[in-house]
Write a protein that binds this ligand. Structure first.
Ligand code: FAD
Ligand code: NAP
Length: 311
């Protein structure tokens, strides 16, 4: 980890930068590939880690922009098979200005553009980009992938690490992993699904890989408004109970912080949480249905079988 510090970044060169969405949408998410040959990043990153990007120029205080982290979307051997080309899944942060701190102008509702995400999404093939990393050790695949089954949960760009992990598990040079692998991807609309064709093809090629989508803003056939990932787990309880009750299953959770609440409530409701987290004080004696995000933060302690990367 941290072979390249943000204060002394290395230079990568953009190979390609293309939309990776399933259709027309008000969001813009890219699959960005960057050549890091001849830098300490080459051959040293692992699927599930992230890396840093330092945007050129200065912030509003005249200081260099702070590093932003982006999840690797490639396997450990990179996009090129040799660990020289990494990839990620940047989403343009586009919004209207909203007051963030006391004293902010509440009448300012001009366009708000995130600095680094828009810088990355604007890049063209051949452009140089300053990088640091690799970062984090909590979201890696196990040393012996065949010893485990997997539940991968994603919201939005939280899908990035799973693209790399699934490539690593299912298209490994030594042959595909035979474990049970379920991926649940949550997005607002079907058109927002990321790498959808890739996952669909994987699911047709590998009987042990199951791809589920939870679309939050499109009505379901039974008339409900749509569903979050935890509602999908609930709806498919018969399919997920044996997986979650298994002694070798690992859960990975990546994306919006809010997604934890529904997941832990779901697990607790069905008495499936014991292997994945410890419940502590603020939750003592409370029914899962009344847990709050704040209580979860203090009261749920994931075990080594539950990996969280949520922000
Ligand atoms: P910034 O310029 O930093 O703006 C964001 C900040 O501005 C917010 O923190 C908030 O304080 C403020 N803000 C936000 N909205 C408004 C508003 N409407 N009005 C006023 N202020 C506002 N992102 C990806 O797209 N893909 C990834 O793969 C990815 N991986 C990540 C991995 C990790 C480990 C982490 C920690 C984050 C990851 N992110 C990823 C998020 C990424 O690091 C950036 O936070 C994100 O791209 C936004 O950065 P930015 O520079 O564009 O926005
Ligand atoms: P998005 O496309 O808006 O999709 C998010 C989906 O999750 C939507 O369908 C949303 O539904 C749903 N959702 C909202 N609240 C939820 C909840 N409490 N439980 C379950 N689902 C919920 O997502 P995005 O804009 O890409 O955002 C992804 C987030 O992941 C960002 O915050 C990013 O920083 C983070 N991220 C983290 C990492 C990492 O840590 N490694 C990597 C990549 C991304 P509605 O909008 O309809 O309510």
């Amino acid at each position: 980890m941290n072979l390249v510090k943000p204060s002394k970044p290395v230079t990568g060169r953009v190979v390609a930068n293309e939309l990776c969405m399933n259709g027309k949408s008000s969001s813009f998410v890219k699959h960005l590939t960057i050549d890091v040959s001849d830098t300490p990043l080459a051959g040293t990153f692992r699927a599930g880690q992230s890396f840093g990007v330092i945007t050129p120029g200065k912030d509003e205080k005249g200081k260099p922009h702070k590093v932003r982290l982006y999840s690797l979307a490639c396997p450990t051997w990179g996009e090129d098979g040799a660990g020289n080309v990494l990839s990620t899944t940047p989403k343009r942060l586009l919004d209207e200005h909203r007051p963030q701190r006391r004293g902010d102008d509440s009448d300012n509702h001009r366009l708000f553009l995130g600095v680094c995400s828009n810088y990355l999404c604007d890049l063209n093939a051949g452009d140089e980009v300053s990088l640091s990393g690799p970062n984090s050790k909590r979201f890696l695949l196990p040393v012996d992938p065949d010893d485990h089954d997997y539940l991968f949960l994603a919201t939005g760009t939280g899908i990035a690490p799973y693209r790399g992990m699934l490539e690593e598990l299912l298209n490994a040079p030594g042959g595909p992993c035979k474990s049970q692998i379920h991926l649940v991807m949550g997005t607002p609309y079907t058109s927002d699904l990321l790498y959808h064709d890739y996952f669909e093809v994987l699911a047709t090629q590998h009987d042990n890989f199951h791809y589920h989508t939870a679309i939050s803003r499109e009505p379901l056939p039974d008339g409900r408004r749509g569903r979050y990932i935890d509602s999908l787990l609930e709806d498919k309880l018969n399919e997920f109970t044996p997986l979650l009750a298994g002694s070798r299953t690992l859960i990975y959770v990546c994306g919006l912080a809010g997604m934890q609440l529904g997941l832990f409530k779901f697990l607790a409701r069905h008495d499936l949480d014991g292997d994945y987290c410890e419940r502590r004080k603020p939750l003592d004696g409370l029914a899962p249905e009344v847990w709050t995000p704040e209580q979860i933060k203090r009261g749920i302690h994931p075990t080594g079988r539950c990996m969280l990367e949520v922000y």
